[in-house]
Ligand binder design. Structure first.
Ligand code: ZN
Length: 194
């Protein structure tokens, strides 16, 4: 089922996700729906907060961008294929930087048509449970490293605009204010209608 993606201005985007204690059928359904929603919106990643659920769950699939913005993955110290871990569900993920930060272009499905340069470590180590509740551990670089960090930020209530340089954020401040006002208006009219 394709879910509605919540936009900037929805309080849930600022909530830290609760840790998943057990992989219930509800969470498995949520993960399947998140994959479907990400694909329908041509995203490379989606966090549970973006579909209105404050849980430590995210999905990622960067394979479609491999030509323009390549990703690398290492499993047990050996270069691996993206297909070995994609499409990737991350439950309770933890990320550790292993290289210097580098700027790169970033967008977010909760911020339609807003992009910015964000500085993030180029290579990171990730530990998590996968979509089957199995522990996984890998090192990644390129777009995948960026996507993982962007999604884990979401799981902690952090948004990519928080990591923008002040000057860049000032340039898009008007767009952000408009989006936030629009979201709040929609929340209000929904509450009235129910
Ligand atoms: Zn995002």
């Amino acid at each position: 089922m394709i879910l509605e993606i919540v936009k900037y201005g929805q309080p849930v985007l600022r909530q830290k996700g609760a840790k998943v204690e057990s992989l219930t059928p509800e969470i498995q359904k949520l993960i399947a729906d998140m994959f479907e929603t990400m694909e329908a919106n041509h995203g490379v990643g989606l966090a549970a907060q973006q579909v209105g659920v404050a849980l430590q769950v995210a999905v990622i699939d960067v394979r479609g961008a491999q030509k323009e913005r390549p990703s690398t993955v290492e499993l047990d110290g050996q270069p691996g294929e993206l297909d070995a871990i994609m499409p990737l569900a991350l439950i309770n993920p933890v990320v550790k930087p292993v290289s210097e930060a580098k700027p790169g272009s970033e967008g977010c499905l909760s911020f339609p048509e807003i992009f910015g340069e964000i500085s993030r470590p180029e290579t990171v180590d990730v530990t998590a449970l996968d979509g089957h509740g199995k522990p996984i551990r890998f090192r990644c670089g390129g777009l995948l490293a960026r996507a993982v960090q962007h999604e884990i930020d979401h799981l902690n209530g952090i948004l990519f605009i928080d990591r923008m340089e002040r000057k860049m954020k000032e340039e898009i401040q008007e767009e952000l204010d408009l989006l936030q006002a629009d979201t709040r208006k929609k929340i209000k009219s929904k509450t009235k209608g129910s």
